[in-house]
Write a protein that binds this ligand. Sequence first.
Ligand SMILES: [Zn+2]
Length: 55
Amino acid sequence: MSETPISEDEAPNCAVCSESITALPTNRVIATTGDDGEVSYNHFCSASCESSYHT
Ligand SMILES: [Zn+2]
């Protein structure tokens, strides 16, 4: 398992609710591969937002 360091200058926002999630311990990152084979990362502030994204 690999983790990408997140700098405060580049705080990701939750893909569902747009909350800035830099400092949240519940920060979750899901890597997805697009049709072109390019990997993109979706950030979620919590497990509930992650599940919302998948529904
Ligand atoms: Zn969220």
